[in-house]
Design a protein around this ligand. Structure first.
Ligand SMILES: [Zn+2]
Length: 204
């Protein structure tokens, strides 16, 4: 982890992590949680377990937030408190958006675990997350990129991802087949699976 000058959020500096650091950090969170609860690691993480994991680290998780038109998640930081997370009720109430809901939860968990250092600099800070930064591989805002990457690393832990994909590549499955298998295995959208596979150079 390196300290880099921040010019976007008025923080003075921010910690820059490598992809490997984020992969191992977020894999550990999920593996530790599952081992403690079930004594074994079975994926996909259920949506109930995903909310439980977050609840362990926040003051409040509001799954029915009214966040405004294009905001799908929000993490708020207050000095001397655990962060609070809000998820747009639009996602929570829509069964056909479950994958998007899961990725938004995982993204906000990224903010919770990575960005609480902000309260050392500002006593209050709120990060509002739009659809495009939750689903897109954006590098224009380091804070959104870190949470985006962390979301994928949490739901598709690197060790499990490689375990699934290696035999598929060896058996010459095509790109679309691999993406579909990964999306189903980890209960994420095909778009999220595709981005994660591309990030980890795991597609043909
Ligand atoms: Zn965000």
């Amino acid at each position: 982890m390196q300290q880099i000058r921040d010019t976007l959020h008025g923080l003075g500096f921010y910690p820059r992590y490598t992809e490997d650091e984020l992969d191992f950090q977020f894999q550990k969170y999920i593996f530790d949680f599952l081992r403690k609860k079930y004594k074994t690691i079975e994926l996909p993480l259920t949506t109930d377990d995903l909310t439980l994991l977050i609840e362990n680290d926040v003051k409040n998780l509001d799954l029915y937030s009214d966040l405004g038109e294009d905001i799908e998640g929000e993490t708020s930081f207050t000095k001397n408190e655990k962060p609070s997370v809000g998820i747009s009720k639009m996602l929570t109430d829509s069964p056909d958006m479950e994958n998007r809901y899961r990725m938004t939860l995982a993204h906000e968990y990224g903010h919770v675990k990575l960005h609480n250092f902000i309260v050392q600099i500002k006593s209050k800070f709120s990060q509002k997350c739009k659809r495009e930064s939750i689903s897109g591989n954006t590098r224009s805002d380091w804070m959104e990129w870190q949470a985006f990457y962390a979301g994928g690393a949490l739901l598709m832990p690197i060790i499990e991802l490689k375990k699934i994909v290696s035999p598929l590549l060896a058996n010459n499955l095509n790109r679309l087949e691999i993406i579909t298998i990964v999306a189903n295995k980890f209960k994420v959208s095909t778009q999220a699976a595709e981005v994660r596979l591309r990030q980890k150079h795991l597609t043909i």
